[in-house]
Ligand binder design. Structure first.
Ligand code: SF4
Length: 292
């Protein structure tokens, strides 16, 4: 059951509206939406916000009174979102928004000191004596402060294997010959080398990229195609559709003159031929007969 102060505050909705209009422009204050008791001496009245930019929001005016005889005062005025309010998506820290492949030209992405993908590498002689290093920890740490951790390798292997250069890529499923038997496959060192290598076929889509052993493509080095088994058809001419060109009378005359000149040139060549071998010197013949 409402006490006297609560009743007093509840009846003060006009006071709340006046406070609101005084603080906000009247054009933004709409119908009364009800009240909510906040505590023994405080109560909040709600008014619809009719500003088009804040659809679904409401004004919240919290009133307070020390006792039944004291004056009602305003504690705070807020603009709050309702169920249908349009709100921005929840904030996500940038380090959680970065996705694989996001680093572009000129971008810098610092790696956290506690990144689980990395572990301290072998950087000093003392490390060798304080703790016995396993081959996995030692293998590539020389000269580097951190190297890939086991969880880092696991995560990498899963990402590569499930990606576009794993066995389930469309280009791999379309062929039977796999990278493991391809001459263009170059193995990589370390534990990741047990499942991955690098493609070196310049014609392949994955040239220069890490590929899984059971990845594959049509550029496999041992694929042989029997060219004689490929059926080919004869040459086909479409003489129903000829290309035509408009020619002017002048061009026709020029072409005819050119033909005539060409014929003349041919005659000249025939006349210019050396026919000396066919000339018979009759005087010499006569002399010969006299000699005989
Ligand atoms: S050419 Fe094809 S089959 Fe050979 S290594 Fe590259 S991706 Fe694998």
């Amino acid at each position: 059951m409402a006490n006297a102060i609560e009743t007093k505050l509840n009846n003060a909705k006009d006071v709340a509206r006046n406070f609101l209009i005084e603080d906000i422009t009247e054009q933004c204050v709409g119908e009364y939406l009800g009240f909510e008791v906040e505590g023994e001496n405080t109560l909040t009245h709600k008014f619809k916000c009719v500003d088009k930019a804040y659809f679904g929001w409401h004004w919240s005016v919290t009133l307070a009174a020390a006792d039944n005889s004291s004056e009602v005062t305003v504690s705070e005025i807020l603009l709050l979102p309702g169920e249908k309010a349009i709100l921005a998506k929840p904030w996500v820290p940038w380090e959680q928004r970065v996705e694989p492949g996001d680093i572009g030209v000129g971008d810098v992405l610092p790696t956290a000191a506690d990144d689980v993908r990395l572990v301290p590498g072998y950087t000093g002689v003392d490390d060798l004596f304080e703790e016995k290093l396993t081959p996995q920890g030692w293998e590539v740490g020389l000269g580097r402060f951190r190297v890939l951790s086991v969880p880092g390798k696991d995560e990498t292997a899963i990402r590569w294997y499930d990606g576009d250069r794993g066995p389930r890529a469309a280009i791999a499923e379309a062929v039977t010959d796999k990278c493991v038997s391809c001459g263009f496959y170059v193995a990589i060192s370390g534990s990741l080398g047990q499942s991955f290598g690098v493609c070196t076929n310049k014609f392949a889509a994955d040239d220069g990229k890490v590929v899984a052993l059971d990845h594959g493509c049509g550029g496999h080095s041992e694929i042989v195609v029997d060219l004689h088994s490929i059926p080919t058809g004869g040459m086909v001419f479409d003489d129903n559709n000829l290309d035509t060109t408009e020619v002017s009378d002048e061009e026709v005359v020029e072409a005819e003159v050119a033909d005539i000149d060409e014929d003349d040139d041919d005659d000249t060549e025939v006349e210019d031929l050396d026919l000396s071998v066919d000339v018979i010197d009759e005087s010499e013949l006569e002399v010969s007969e006299e000699e005989n």
